[in-house]
Ligand binder design. Sequence first.
Ligand SMILES: [Zn+2]
Length: 461
Amino acid sequence: MMIISVELKCVTLILLSNILCLFVIAIGFDDDHAEILNKLKSDFRNVRHTNQYAVLYVPPPNAQRGRVNYVPRTPQILQGNVIVPEVDSTNRNRYPQNYAGSTVDLNGAVYGNMMHRTRGHTIHTEDLSLNLVYPAMQNWYNENFRGSTIRAVYLYTHFLPCPRCFDIIQNFVRTTGVRLYVGYTDLFGGMREGGNPNLERDTRQRRNNINNFLNDNMGRLLQVADRGICHQPGIGGRTVRDISDICKTTEEMLVIAMDFTSGKAQVWFNGFNPDYNGWVALLDKNNKRLTWEYTYSKTTGKITFNQYFENGAYIQYWQDNKNMIRQSYPWKDCGFEFIELNKLPYTVQNPAIFAAIKLTMMGDYPTVLIKKSRYYTPNSYDWVMIQTLAQIGTKSYQTWNWISKFTHQSDYFYYQFSLGSQFADGFRAKYVFYDGIAYRYEGFYDNASPIWTPGGCQGGA
Ligand SMILES: [Zn+2]
């Protein structure tokens, strides 16, 4: 009896240590995949015209675990393209590299015809990556790495894939049979859930569905947050310990955003306590409180403050009037820096400093900033137009002004346009130059600012 008991304990111990071992190995592999997705996220960030961007990557045969190996070389990101390196008539059947970054093709302006999509419909990055780029990349891969077939595919996408893109993902995995590793940064936001009252609930449900689907097919869904944090969703709540230094679970959200109908500050929150006396405050960059609102026991939602705001403004969440328990990242131009004006007639071929463009808010005025370059002097007939989302891909605009009407500062000039409700879906600025004979619009995404959209403008996680 004694002997049997000892043996049983031994067996149990061995079983336990095996399970533990498998668990540790599983986490180890998740870290490797997360490292890859995190690297893709950082390397392709400059491809963005909107906050949504994606990266498709296929490891070459014998790639090291957890390492990204770009073939033929490390990507160079040029402004003005929707897919980088660009897909065009010369490479659309054989795409000679194992990676592609992409940003949203608004209104299908660039790839609508090639992909046979209805005019005016925006093509999402997952669609571009898996349906346009991948088949051509696969052709090249099979030829270039003779005898090797693709086993694993990595897809980083800034926002969690929308319902339609989840369909695209399922179709892709079922057709190709590859292991698909999907990484995302923001659970909420993006261009696709506007007006949905069950946004948070539906989004979390979809995240779980995508996670289960990929797990069932030997892939993974991982969150890769802005500071290199990732986690495998659905493993416990927010008290779960970090499974590694780059992997952490969070359901919480507190972000500063903008109400696009008024230009006023807005807060998006999730994971609050149902605290009737809780409140959120808007502060400026000097930590001065501008205004505040009760949360009235709401645990999730959006509140618009009756207040305009500038860069550096942020939100605090106070519980019971006593304790400040959470604080958002500051607002900074919807998350964008200056973007190079890539197609101007510069005095040299490769200017050391490009002129650049960006949007900012000054009070309730969306303001266009143009950073100067000594390699380009604006023509007095150069002008800047503001386009709504629907006008991207056309020469139409909502409002405009000559560069000569801009206010000059030492390093840049700026002009304040007025924000009307026609900009509620989003907007951007585009620089049109005069070459002495004609106005030059160049490509749809050339010489243009980033696009601000209500779902895409957040001050961080
Ligand atoms: Zn989508």
